[in-house]
Design a protein around this ligand. Structure first.
Ligand SMILES: Nc1ncnc2c1ncn2[C@@H]1O[C@H](COP(=O)(O)OP(=O)(O)O)[C@@H](O)[C@H]1O
Ligand SMILES: [Mg+2]
Length: 230
């Protein structure tokens, strides 16, 4: 038997709760371990609506999300969230230092079995081209690029299986963009047979670098155009 998909959507629909307008039309999507999907499409086409539904961050109006081939029961959601991490365009950091931010998840019930590893955090910061002083910096003093690096390290130190990256570099300078791409690539390469990602990007050149399956979102409809070149 072949392994089930890591993450799958069947007939996933999202509507505007106020007007009942359909934001995401019945969507089928399946992501296997080892795959890196990229979604492009115009602004307002439903990319974030889809990603947030897939991450179970917003209520689903119709359809199912499956994880390892199974429906996600309520009691499984904490484990699902630990495994499937959503990274937003504008990171939300708590007050305090970068290290305080990196320690934060370990204060949550869902992570009570793991402890903050400073060495790992330092290695991740170095991989993103940040100096030794990065962990001591105040979150409020960080540039947009540094804040995104901190936010991504906060996720990656917990070794998720799936990253849902929602335009994480959309407002960043090229150097920070490269740092984010390097962190994600290192994470993926460390365990390709068990990991997968979906990256929403409006940059076709970036899509080429960071993905191997291409999807397009238009007016709430997700398609995977056939490859024209084999
Ligand atoms: N929670 C919501 N309630 C109502 N409308 C929403 C909600 N979230 C997004 N929308 C609308 O759905 C459409 C798609 O939004 P979004 O997924 O954010 O687009 P993008 O492709 O730029 O990420 C937009 O018209 C947006 O205004
Ligand atoms: Mg969006």
């Amino acid at each position: 038997m072949t392994a089930p998909y890591l993450l799958e959507a069947r007939g996933l629909v999202r509507r505007d709760p106020r007007t009942a307008t359909t934001l995401l039309h019945a969507t089928a999507f399946a992501l296997a371990a080892g795959q890196r999907a990229v979604i492009t499409g115009p602004s307002g086409s439903g990319k974030s609506v889809f990603m947030r539904a897939l991450a179970l961050l917003d209520p689903i109006d119709e359809g199912r999300v499956l994880w390892h081939g199974r429906d996600i029961d309520r009691h499984v959601i904490p484990r699902f969230r630990r495994s499937v991490a959503y990274v937003r365009q504008r990171p939300a950091l708590v007050e305090g230092s970068v290290e305080d931010n990196l320690r934060y998840p370990y204060s949550l019930h869902a992570y009570r079995d793991v402890r903050f590893d400073r060495g790992l955090a330092e290695r991740l910061a170095a991989a993103a081209g940040r100096g030794d002083d990065f962990l001591a910096k105040r979150a409020s003093d960080l540039s947009g690029g540094e804040a995104q690096v901190a936010s991504l390290i906060r996720v990656l130190q917990l070794a998720p299986e799936v990253l849902l990256l929602d335009e994480p570099t959309a407002s960043l300078d090229p150097e920070s963009t490269r740092a984010i791409e390097a962190l994600v690539t290192d994470w993926f390469d460390a365990d390709r047979s068990r990991r997968a990602s979906i990256w929403v990007s409006h940059d076709p050149v970036q899509a080429e670098r960071i993905g191997d399956r291409r999807f397009t979102m238009r007016a709430g409809a997700l398609t995977e155009p056939k490859e024209t070149i084999e």
